[in-house]
Each structure stands twice: as structure tokens, then as C-alpha cells.
Design a binder for this molecule. Sequence first.
Ligand code: ADP
Ligand code: AMP
Length: 223
Amino acid sequence: MKKKIFVFFGPPGSGKGTQADLLCQAQRWLKISVGEILRQEIKNNSQLGRKAEKYVVQGRLVPSTIINVLVKNFLKKNINRRGYIFDGYPRNIEQNNNFLKIIKSVFGDKFDAYAIEIFLKDNEVKDRLGNRRACICGAVYHTKYNPPKKKNICDICGKKLFIRKDDKPNVVLQRLKVYHQESEPLIAYWEKLGKIIKIDGKKSIPVVQKNIIKELESLGLVR
Ligand code: ADP
Ligand code: AMP
């Protein structure tokens, strides 16, 4: 059977991580979130974490040479899954080219790759990220739209939630700039292939999820 591979596009805060988690739970696919891996490495003060931190806190992209190796190694360690969601990778042209090489080298021609774009206006992003709460286990909450059951405590692992350093308003502006300049242009590549699903990210979390599933069903990608 062909592996199902999805890349998520959308500005920071559009709901990529939230939707990727829901899809992975329902379909038993594996999420690969580069941002999450980097946050864990930074917390562990590893060599990679120390290299990445200065870029992450400033809202800039970590050099692609580092990220491409990280993604390839992660995939090679997890080759037995039916489906994969790449959340936050590829993020520029160099990574997109490399992504295609990586999946070919790991899976040959036995995969179907699609992009899912969750679109959202910049002014909505600010409300989303200003009230986002994160857990080191990767779970994501929002104080208004998706609060944890117990204030500031992760429903899944019980750890204390935190505000991401890069969710500060000035860093958010920088991340939006990077998205529009470097990542958004990749959407045209996937459009040319005819392999992109576009979803309105302004709807509520369950509605966005339902709309993604509807599109995937119509393409025969989920049952
Ligand atoms: P991204 O991975 O694209 O940066 P997240 O999934 O972390 O975005 O979502 C950003 C914030 O917005 C989080 O606080 C999340 O709980 C919240 N959120 C996600 N999707 C929605 C939605 N459809 N409506 C309202 N809030 C949402
Ligand atoms: P995210 O969790 O996707 O919002 O990413 C948080 C931060 O991690 C980004 O602002 C970048 O600094 C870094 N990062 C995540 N993914 C990548 C990537 N594919 N390439 C370079 N840097 C990344």
C-alpha cells in the first residue's frame, strides 16, 4: 500500500498543529512537527537545541541544512507508519526540494503526497497566538477557544503549560513576514501539481477538522 504523506501550510497560528494532532489520532498517522522537536531540543540544552535557539526566539528559520538532516533521520526511524503529517516542513524552496528527495529515497514511488493549506488572515493570527498555551509534550491549547480542563495544566501529560517565547507580538510579526516571504510561495508549487486542499482556518476547530476530512474523503485518502 502507498504511504500517505501530507504537508501543512498556513501562517503561524492558523491551526496546523491542532488539526494535525486530530487527524493523526483519528487515522493513526504520525505527526512530524519540526517546531516541536526543536523546542524539546532547546529544553534539553542539546547541541542542536543550542544551535537552533537563537533563530527560534527571533522568529527566523533555522538553517535548512540542519532541518533537512533532522527530518530525514526522524523519517528513517519511523518508516513503518501508514501515513505522515509534516507540520511546519517544508518551509522554503530549498526544504521543499529536499523534502521530495527524502520521501523518494525512503519510500521509492510508493507514496501519495498532498498539501493542506489552512488559510487565515494576519489579524486573526495575533488573537490566536496571543492566547496560545503550549505543553512540552506537544499538546496545544487556547485560553478561550480550546482551554485545558484544569487551568494551565496539560490534559494529556499533566505538566504545566507555558507561553512560547516566540509568541510575543514582535516575534509573531517576524514569523508572519518569514511565512509570507519564504513559505507561502511553496503553495504555488503544490497548486501546479494539483495536489493541494485549501481550508478556511477561521472556522471553529471541529468544523475545520470536518472540512479537512470531507476533502480527504472525496480524494479517497481516508475511509
Ligand atoms: P499552528 O500550528 O498553525 O501554529 P496551532 O495549532 O498551535 O497553530 O493553533 C494556534 C492557536 O489557536 C492555539 O492556541 C490553538 O488552540 C488555537 N486554535 C487552533 N485552531 C483554532 C480554530 N479553528 N479556532 C480557534 N482557535 C484555534
Ligand atoms: P512552529 O512550531 O512551526 O511555529 O515553529 C517554531 C519555530 O521553529 C519557527 O519560527 C522556526 O524558528 C523553527 N522552525 C520550525 N520548523 C522549521 C523549518 N522547517 N525550518 C526552519 N526552522 C523551523
